[in-house]
Design a protein around this ligand. Structure first.
Ligand code: PGA
Length: 257
């Protein structure tokens, strides 16, 4: 098996407040120190980035849930990748389905966001995944491939060296319905095939491909047992310290296998 360090992200979405965010961050940092072997990153809402950064105290990484496709200037309400790096972020989510489908963000914009993330030195976690209608009509793999090509084709292999891809089927996000390990592994193979075709087999083998969509303390170990699944992007279960700790434990067990 390729030696890929597992990656676990906690996507807090638009939840928590200043004090509950700081308390959760401190618990996550403690858990990450106890379960070494996996790379751990939390993605709080923008206003809490700095307080969460302090509470993490280097025990886990800090990420943002989005960045602008623009560098700086008159873009009311947007946040530049360089600003995120400036307040301690080392990673950023790009193309989460709640932005693709909720806010209509398309691949060309996401490709520019990737460019900004790389320029700012942030690790980009690029999210892809099909809707239920797309899965039921047999188009899931085409959708994944099209999204990857649309976001990545303007970028070189070197520029994407730190890329993490999150496969997040839209129908599994926040629904309590998880993709089976077989279906997730199958989708991850499509991701790797596409990356090999866009770049190289070596690149494709080295990229972390993580699964997101109702990952929890109960199903994480089974998912992370699969060679194809290098960790998870966790929403709801990342808001509870105990659940997230169990997920980190499962990822770190994968690392030591
Ligand atoms: P969920 O969210 O774990 O609540 O399904 C995952 C995500 O949106 O990244």
């Amino acid at each position: 098996m390729a030696q890929r360090v597992p990656f676990v992200g906690g996507n807090w979405k638009m939840n928590l407040d200043r004090s509950s965010g700081a308390a959760l961050a401190a618990a996550v940092a403690q858990a990450a120190r106890a379960h070494r072997g996996a790379e751990v990153c939390v993605f709080p809402p923008y206003p809490y980035l700095e307080v969460v950064h302090s509470a993490l105290a280097g025990g886990a990484q800090l990420g943002a849930q989005d960045c602008s496709d623009q560098k700086s200037g008159a873009f009311t309400g947007q946040v530049a990748a360089a600003m995120l790096a400036d307040v301690g972020c080392s990673a950023v989510l790009i193309g989460h389905s709640e932005r693709r489908h909720g806010l209509g963000e398309r691949d060309p914009i996401l490709s520019e966001k990737l460019r900004r993330a790389i320029e700012a030195g942030l690790l980009p976690v690029l999210c892809v995944g099909e809707t239920l209608a797309e899965r039921e009509s047999g188009r899931a793999h085409d959708v994944i491939e099209t999204q990857l090509r649309g976001c990545l084709s303007a970028h070189s292999e070197d520029a994407m060296a730190r890329l993490v891809v999150a496969y997040e089927p839209v129908w599994a996000i926040g629904t309590g319905r998880t993709a089976t390990p077989d279906d997730a592994a199958d989708a991850h193979r499509t991701v790797r095939r596409t990356l090999a075709d866009l770049y190289s087999a070596r690149f494709s083998d080295s990229v972390r491909v993580i699964y997101g969509g109702s990952v929890n303390a109960k199903n994480a170990a089974e998912l992370f047992l699969r060679e194809e699944i290098d960790g998870g992007l966790v929403g709801g279960a990342s808001l509870k310290a105990d659940e997230f700790t169990a997920i980190l434990a499962a990822a770190s067990a994968r690392a030591t296998r």
